[in-house]
Write a protein that binds this ligand. Structure first.
Ligand code: ATP
Ligand code: MG
Length: 503
């Protein structure tokens, strides 16, 4: 297979008392996609940040194209040809596409500091073409683009620095199906140019579709050797990741419902994103909502929760008419929502336990001032165990957690609000296969206790596996409803596409 572009030997890294990497060795070859797998908190992002120069290893050796190197900062990594697309995007929203792509790498006239705008524009155009964004104006502001397009621009940015190795840390978690296909096409093409990839994901179908080789980390250790993907099966990989066999991925419990309606939405419209939306949620029920990104599912739920306006229609929640609400009012009435954006729902500089109790502060203060710290700690500790939160203590700041563990804190925060109805938009995004099962067990517990859940998910098996009933949205309307026994991927996809041959 020729020589490795990159070798990492015996890498160790601790954060305070947390040993994130114990002794990890890892190599990447030109033209391969190397899958890096492991549970939340296993050390995947840490290992890659060391390679990209944004973290320093405590000890160990990095060999780049046969020579030992010290990668002291991101710009050294860029110079070597290492590009990284971070789990949480690092783009600057206020800048335009071209400025982002060429950031820190703008062509100038000779040695002068004068920017050569013509060259800059040509260069960014050429790079945009390479990632299939030839039609995008380089003047567009980042804040006006979808996450998927921004992800592709991050890749474009890495390519503009002639990357030979590209690290993609959960690149598809915010992409639409079509954007995923574009991304995969680009990866396939760049492989033929000899570019090597490290690809981190929690989605097993991506592992087998895109990977050539695979390395598994668990608790900062490498489990077994790097293997070719055609030599392993899914069960082996999952076993290596979580250290046990998972027999049931969707442990859906069926409880008898008494038919009491918890939420009734009638004719809801905002005349822009959704029209004439009607549905009910019963107590003890998980209502799945299927639809492509852009079908209005997120907007509908945001309007119900009070995050955006609607112009006509009615919402009756728990027997009460609900006109233009606000999130804090909804919460008080017993309706909670987990939104897509993880970062905006956490205070990253605050400890985990504070974040967990944030949604229900009134239960944790006396006389408006005195916080019941012991109670906060107890409650947060309970969630830590329940959700298998990978954190040494719950006094750590949320920002020091791995991506998936931050998502678990977001879930704990929602649960702590003691709601009757939980609206969850992609709750298991970035959560590892083992911990997903924990989340599903929590859904069971909620419905057993008579709560209602609205589940939006981009993962069809999850939706089918955990819903009692599924409604399908297309172009802002509800176009179908399927009872659990009728739910198959094919039927849902047909309704989503509306009989038209979309994708
Ligand atoms: N800046 C930091 N300060 C303290 N601890 C940290 C910091 N960054 C990471 N850690 C810890 O290091 C461990 C490894 O985290 P890392 O982000 O590498 O996990 P990961 O494998 O990428 O997980 P995920 O799948 O959730 O993204 C975790 O226990 C995490 O809490
Ligand atoms: Mg990570």
């Amino acid at each position: 297979m020729g020589n490795a572009i990159l070798e990492m030997h015996h890498i160790k890294k601790s954060f305070g008392a947390t040993q994130a990497l114990k002794d990890v060795s890892f190599s990447v070859y030109p033209g391969e996609v190397h899958m890096l797998l492991g549970e939340n908190g296993a050390g995947k992002s840490t290992l890659m940040k060391i390679l990209a120069g944004s973290l320093q290893a405590d000890s160990g050796q990095i060999i780049w194209e046969g020579t030992e190197v010290k990668i002291k900062n991101p710009s050294m990594a860029h110079q070597l040809g290492i590009g990284m697309v971070y789990q949480e995007l690092a783009l600057v929203e206020q800048m335009n596409v071209m400025e982002n792509i060429l950031m820190g790498n703008v062509p100038t006239y000779g040695n002068s500091p004068m920017i050569d705008w013509k060259k800059a524009s040509e260069k960014s155009r050429e790079i945009l073409n390479r990632v299939g964004l030839g039609n995008l104006s380089a003047k567009t502001r980042l804040s006006d683009l979808t996450l998927g397009v921004r992800q592709l621009i991050e890749i474009a940015k890495a390519l503009s620095r002639n990357a030979k190795l590209l690290i993609l840390d959960e690149p598809t978690s915010a992409l639409t199906n079509a954007e995923v296909e574009t991304l995969f096409g680009i990866i396939e093409h760049l492989k033929t140019e000899g570019i090597g990839f490290v690809f981190i994901t929690h989605k097993m179908e991506e592992v087998f579709r895109m990977g050539n080789s695979v390395t598994v980390l668990r608790d900062g250790d490498k489990i077994g050797e790097t293997r070719k993907l055609h030599e392993v099966n899914e069960d082996d990989l999952i076993h290596d990741m979580v250290g046990r066999v998972i027999t049931e991925f969707y442990p859906k419990e069926h409880n008898t419902k008494n038919g009491e309606v918890l939420l009734e939405v009638k004719g809801l419209s905002d005349e822009k994103n959704f029209r004439d939306v009607s549905f009910k949620v019963q107590k003890g029920e998980v209502l799945g909502v299927a639809g492509l990104v852009g079908s209005g599912t997120t907007e509908i739920m945001e309007a119900i929760f009070g995050l955006r306006k609607f112009t006509s229609g009615s919402i009756v929640f728990n027997g009460k008419e609900y006109s233009q609400s606000q999130p804090n009012v909804s919460l008080r009435e017993g309706m909670g929502m987990l939104t897509k954006s993880r970062k905006s729902s956490l205070l990253l500089h605050m400890p985990i336990y504070r974040n967990v109790t944030l949604s229900n502060i009134r239960d944790f203060v006396v006389g408006k001032i005195f916080r019941l710290k012991k109670k906060e700690l107890d409650v947060a500790e309970e969630y830590r165990k329940k959700l298998n939160l990978h954190a040494r203590t719950i006094t750590l700041n949320a920002g020091d957690l791995s991506g998936g563990n931050q998502q678990k804190v977001v879930i704990a925060k929602l649960l702590c609000a003691n709601c009757k109805l939980f609206i969850m938009d992609d709750p298991t995004r970035g959560i590892d296969v083992g911990a997903k099962v924990e989340v599903y067990n929590i859904l069971n517990e909620l419905t057993r206790n008579g709560c209602g859940v609205i589940l939006i998910s981009s993962e069809m098996p999850e939706l089918i596996g955990m819903s009692d009933r599924i409604i399908v949205a297309r172009e802002g309307r509800i176009v179908g409803e399927l009872m659990e026994e009728e739910c198959t991927q094919e039927r849902i996809m047909k309704k989503i596409a509306g009989g038209v041959n979309h994708e």
